[in-house]
Design a protein around this ligand. Structure first.
Ligand code: SF4
Length: 297
């Protein structure tokens, strides 16, 4: 079955060729970027030229009170730069998704359900072969906070809902007991929508195939804050290979949206002492959003 991603809107030969060249170049860029294992993780990596996303471990992010387009992220020479946050309740302006990331149909999708319709019975990558259900995402389409994980596990694959296993229970506790808000008030999704076999990490071609959908989900929801959970979604959205231990707890930017990386709840199940670290990261998110810590009952 031909992938719908490789078809132009009108099916013309030149459109198909252009699209194929663009997609091929993007895949190559991305695989190169994701394969730079030899580069020391402590350093900030440079941008993939086509994406224009922030690829630095420290950013200068300014979101104006008038809602004007934020300044482009700039590379930090060291450490972290000050972050000027949006006023309470203000949404960031999400930078435009590069054309290379948008296929016909997805470009015009204006709601979460329309994005889901475009995804369809997706066979854009090999993860479709072993999945039970596509795990698209769950929560409030108008959420101010979006949690982005890696990919579905066994429980999620069986139920078609993200973060419903033990790690999901812990995430729910972080949201409800820690932040004092309902899980239904946030939006939760993964960078790949189908379960990788044996819970292996998603491979570069799979991340590239699925990336337009998480990018469009973020563009439509326009959250005030994204929280990435663990190494894979953090590196995928920031397009680098920096260790999660070096990226967590510091504000980054994804297309103009403030992004806070933290550890994955599954990691916390194995390393409960790190709950304190995650709580520190979550408190930064709460402070940015003006969420007060719930009082103990
Ligand atoms: S992981 Fe994403 S791109 Fe791959 S088959 Fe599933 S929905 Fe499609």
């Amino acid at each position: 079955m031909a992938s719908s991603r490789s078809q132009s809107a009108n099916g013309s030969g030149s459109g198909v060729e252009d699209d194929a060249v663009t997609q091929g170049r993007k895949l190559l860029d991305r695989e190169i970027a994701l394969g730079l294992d030899f580069i020391p993780e402590a350093g900030a990596l440079q941008a993939i030229p086509s994406g224009g996303a922030a690829l630095v471990s420290g950013i200068d992010l300014r979101i104006t009170a008038s809602g004007a387009v934020p300044s482009r992220p700039v590379a930090a020479s060291s450490g972290t730069n000050p972050v000027t946050v949006a006023a309470k309740g203000e949404r960031p302006v999400v930078e435009e998704i590069p054309e290379a990331l948008v296929e016909p149909g997805l470009h015009d999708a204006a709601s979460i359900s329309e994005i889901r319709d475009v995804l369809g019975d997706c066979q854009r990558c090999k993860l479709c072969e072993s999945r039970t259900n596509i795990v698209f995402g769950v929560g409030d389409e108008h959420a101010e906070i979006m949690f982005v994980g890696e990919g579905p596990g066994a429980d999620e694959d069986a139920q078609g809902i993200p973060f419903v296993g033990r790690a999901g229970k812990l995430l729910t506790d972080i949201i409800e007991k820690g932040m004092g808000i309902k899980r239904e008030q946030v939006y939760i999704a993964n960078v790949v929508k189908c379960r990788p076999p044996q819970n292996r990490n998603p491979e570069p071609d799979e991340l590239v195939a699925c990336e337009p959908f998480i990018a469009k989900q973020i563009a439509v929801i326009r959250p005030r804050v994204i929280v990435t959970l663990g190494k894979v979604p953090t590196q995928a959205l920031l397009q680098n290979r920096v260790a999660i231990s070096k990226q967590r707890g510091v504000w980054h930017s994804y297309r103009g949206v403030p992004l806070m990386p933290t550890f994955h709840p599954a990691y916390l199940l194995r390393n409960p002492a790190e709950k304190r670290t995650v709580w520190a990261d979550i408190q930064k998110v709460m402070a940015k959003l003006g969420i007060e810590r719930p009082t103990k009952r």
